[in-house]
Design a binder for this molecule. Structure first.
Ligand code: NAD
Length: 228
């Protein structure tokens, strides 16, 4: 039987595609703290600022491409049943060809109704404006889990991690909860690989292999280790 390989990816996964990580973002977005544009309060106080922030990120995403790391993950489907659980809101895993992807924190290319959360749409371009409405006439907002909002997909993600045979954590500082807690749902003693140029603080477990490399190089090494 094919083994289940579960990948937990974070912002570092897309860094080589030119999309800044969370920590790098403070500098990118003028003088704003991202938490000030990614919360329900911000949406209430200054929706235009929030829309501008996500419009800029969406525009940048449309100009970006999956990197070698995303491609290696999709290629691993030749050998394993691969499940990607990502904190990223970009669609680079999809565009690299991965089949099973769960977005914990939403999707940048999608928008949803502020009144009817089940009305979710793919935005054709990059710009969402005030006055853009859902089919029932309510304002649309980014389909993003903001700070302070519940991560509805976390239970599905836990179920996926619970049945993993191999777990790979790539490009996440493991600072943002509840995503960071997912590692602890892995079955005891399965091999865990952590790929990140900066070693994240993780409760030390014997079965963790740290590959302190950027995603593309680390995933190439991982592929060699797994397929021998
Ligand atoms: P984080 O910014 O907290 O951590 C990023 C991690 O990536 C760091 O540990 C860093 O050392 C590592 N890293 C940097 N360059 C790398 C590379 N080339 N290869 C591999 N790793 C590299 O990000 P996080 O843990 O994902 O949490 C941040 C939150 O911000 C998440 O909720 C996420 O939704 C959001 N976010 C998403 C995107 C995106 O969709 N691409 C980008 C920025 C932030």
């Amino acid at each position: 039987m094919r083994k289940k390989l579960v990948i937990l990816s974070g912002a570092g996964m897309s860094a080589e595609s030119g999309i800044p990580t969370f920590r790098d973002m403070g500098g990118m977005w003028e003088k704003y703290d991202v938490t000030e544009v990614a919360s329900p309060q911000a949406w209430k106080q200054n929706p235009q600022l929030v829309l501008d922030f996500y419009n800029q990120r969406r525009k940048k995403l449309l100009e970006s491409h999956p990197n070698k790391g995303h491609i290696i993950i999709s290629e691993l489907e030749k050998y394993f049943d691969v499940y990607v659980v990502t904190q990223n809101v970009d669609d680079l895993h999809e565009r690299a060809g991965s089949s099973n992807i769960l977005h914990l924190h939403g999707e940048l290319r999608k928008v949803r109704s502020t009144k009817y959360p089940n009305l979710i749409y793919e935005l054709p371009g990059w710009e969402l404006k005030l006055g853009d409405l859902c089919d029932k006439g309510a304002q649309l907002r980014p389909h993003i889990v903001w700070f302070g909002e519940s991560v509805d997909k976390i239970t599905d993600a836990q179920q996926i991690v619970k049945v993993a045979d191999i777990l790979v954590v790539v490009g996440t500082s493991l600072n943002v909860y509840p995503a960071a807690g997912l590692v602890h749902f892995a079955p005891k003693n399965i091999p865990i690989y952590v790929i990140d140029p900066t070693k994240p603080t993780l409760v030390s477990e014997n079965n963790i292999t740290f590959i302190t490399e950027k995603a593309s190089v680390g995933l190439e090494k991982l592929k060699e280790m797994l397929i021998t």
